[in-house]
Design a protein around this ligand. Sequence first.
Ligand code: NAD
Length: 460
Amino acid sequence: MLNPRRIRNQSFSMAARGACAALVTLFFVFVLITNTSNKSISNDVVDQREQEEGQGESPGESSKNVVVDDGVSSLLERIKVLEDELSSLRTRMDDADDKDGNVGVDAVVAPLPTTKSFPSVRYRNEENRKRVLITGGAGFVGSHLVDKLMLDGHEVIALDNYFTGRKKNVEHWIGHPNFEMVHHDVVNPYFVEVDQIYHLASPASPPHYMYNPVKTIKTNTLGTINMLGLAKRVKATVLLASTSEVYGDPEVHPQPESYWGHVNTIGPRSCYDEGKRVAESLMIAYNKQENVKIRIARIFNTFGPRMHMNDGRVVSNFIIQALQDNPITIYGNGTQTRSFQYVTDLVDGLIKLMNSNYSAPVNIGNPEEHTIGQFATIIRDLVPGSKSEIINLESQQDDPQQRRPDIRRAAEQISWKPQILMKDGLLKTIEYFRAEIDRNKRGGKPVPEPVRHGGLESRR
Ligand SMILES: NC(=O)c1ccc[n+]([C@@H]2O[C@H](COP(=O)([O-])OP(=O)(O)OC[C@H]3O[C@@H](n4cnc5c(N)ncnc54)[C@H](O)[C@@H]3O)[C@@H](O)[C@H]2O)c1
């Protein structure tokens, strides 16, 4: 039976061989012509030099021979190099022929990409399909947002400078016609025609944002100005991923959006906290002055798969320590409180907020509050057989003592509240980290040590 691939390969090979033969012939004609004309040019140059220098016949004759010999020998060298290249090409083509006489074209040219299968996405027509830009789209939260919007049938552009994000987080969409990945730093302007901008680009964990505080401030200020400028130009709605850190070490508990916060402007966290506070001010200014449609999400601690292994956040640190039977380290006495939400709840909240008409800040977080000490025990108990002991280390500067969102505004304005039980989210996250640790071990890579929040010490 006729095999179309084989026919295609054979005809390609014949065409390639024909082209090679024609190239070789043309090459030799070219070499002959070049050689002759070079010789005559060389002779002319030598004759002229002889006349200028008034040299006798014998020395002139010898320098003429030297110049001509140099020209010929360099041409011969070039011919030799090209002949070698041709013969190596022929050998590679011959090697690619299989035993049945099939020509293995795939072996000599880059193979054509095989069809990649994607998760099936909802169909949307032009009218209700949105073009969405997600800055920080290769990060932890950004990549889950990419998933949700892609599955919902929108066109998504994920922009990232890969400071803390990874292509791996979105690689399952690369090649999909609705998806585009852009390597770009938001500190520089970026122009694209979009309907919505989710502005998430910013390092989010203390060791990452303290690593280069100046860059963190630039990302949150210049980056936000660039996204607001873009939104103004193309009339897009822009959502800022702000943070509960704008409340600093809060004196009001739980924290409603009306609380102005308690931030140390010169502390190690200020590059992030103040960066986000300025970003919120910019959002409001562009809204008031330029009529840009804005949304401000104040995100509380979030966890889930695709968190970094070594970004120093409580959940990832505790899970990795528990999975390896290492001591679970608590900074301070463990009475400071946190509330953690699962990442899919956050993504739902961001999308609801974006599609609302609400411009003031909205808290998105899970109000289920635990002390850090309780978290350590909960996580260790969820890792079967973990023998980790729980130890206390020196507390960290400006570590907030309590954190819990008041989410009444989210319920009223965007009909949102978290759906995932913390325990269920933790079990999924533990499975993710277990697989990551196994993958690291199989690849011979060490499992990263949990990072302490100690500011610039994370550089070392
Ligand atoms: N995860 C949380 O608990 C949490 C809490 C509050 C607020 N937030 C906010 O949510 C957003 C996403 O956080 P995350 O947890 O996914 O963090 P992440 O570090 O996983 O993601 C941030 C992404 O932004 C990218 N990025 C950083 N600087 C950039 C720049 N200058 N240009 C382009 N891309 C850049 C990073 O490479 C990364 O992909 C952040 O803005 C963060 O401040 C997160």
